[in-house]
Design a protein around this ligand. Structure first.
Ligand code: HEC
Ligand code: HEC
Ligand code: HEC
Length: 141
């Protein structure tokens, strides 16, 4: 009985570790984009930084639209906000939350500047990219 409980705790520990590892992997995963992500690249490429990939859905499930589009003043337009690092560090735009309190802070350059260099400002509207896997071989008849 006791060993069974211990084994169970061991399993839980393992599950926890795996979840921790998975969340870690999410953070170090290479840049990818999913449907609805906004690429912001008014200045980044020109300044030698990778373009910013803003995961809209990730934020939309956590905050109401009005938090960003009314209270924080984000205009409804990809690239329409002239965001720069001075404003962010000053607590505007992304910096209203990415300040080490509501969300991780501005030092994590690569978490925001994660796009492929040269990707233009846009709303990423493809789902095909992630859903369809190229067929290995033609089906046999
Ligand atoms: C919370 C997200 C976020 C983080 C973290 C972040 N940035 Fe930015 N950064 C942005 C956004 C959004 C823009 C505007 C992108 C554009 O229009 O090209 C930007 C623009 C820039 C620009 C071009 C405009 C300017 O201010 O000169 C530079 C350079 C830059 N970031 C450097 C950095 C460096 C270096 C770090 C880490 C110390 C960093 N960023 C961290 C979101 C972030
Ligand atoms: C955490 C902040 C945040 C929340 C919450 C949020 N948005 Fe956004 N939204 C943004 C940012 C950032 C952009 C891109 C602005 C830029 O590129 O300067 C954007 C862009 C947009 C755009 C313009 C896309 C285009 O075609 O150019 C629309 C429309 C939009 N949001 C709708 C919504 C709606 C509807 C909700 C609620 C369901 C919502 N947003 C919630 C931050 C947010
Ligand atoms: C209203 C608050 C708020 C604003 C504004 C905001 N974020 Fe976030 N963001 C968050 C929170 C909360 C998280 C989750 C932090 C965590 O997991 O610890 C997050 C996570 C992220 C992530 C990681 C997503 C993932 O898959 O883990 C990125 C990238 C990001 N934000 C970029 C941005 C950029 C770029 C902007 C500005 C254009 C921005 N955020 C504006 C609150 C905000």
């Amino acid at each position: 009985m006791k060993t069974r409980i211990l084994a169970r705790i061991g399993m839980l520990g393992l599950t926890y570790l795996m979840a921790l590892l998975a969340s870690f992997l999410v953070h170090i995963a290479p840049a990818h984009a999913e449907y609805g992500d906004v690429v912001i690249n008014n200045y980044s490429d020109a300044a030698g930084m990778r373009p910013v990939v803003f995961p809209h859905w990730f934020h939309r499930v956590r905050f109401r639209c009005k938090v960003c589009h009314a209270d924080l003043g984000f205009k409804f337009q990809a690239g329409g906000n002239q965001i720069d690092m001075v404003k962010i560090i000053d607590g505007q735009y992304c910096g209203a939350c990415h300040n080490g309190e509501i969300a991780w802070s501005v030092e994590n350059c690569n978490l925001c500047h994660s796009g492929k260099p040269g990707t233009k400002t846009q709303v990423h509207e493809s789902t095909i990219q992630k859903l369809i896997q190229p067929a290995a071989a033609a089906p046999k008849k």
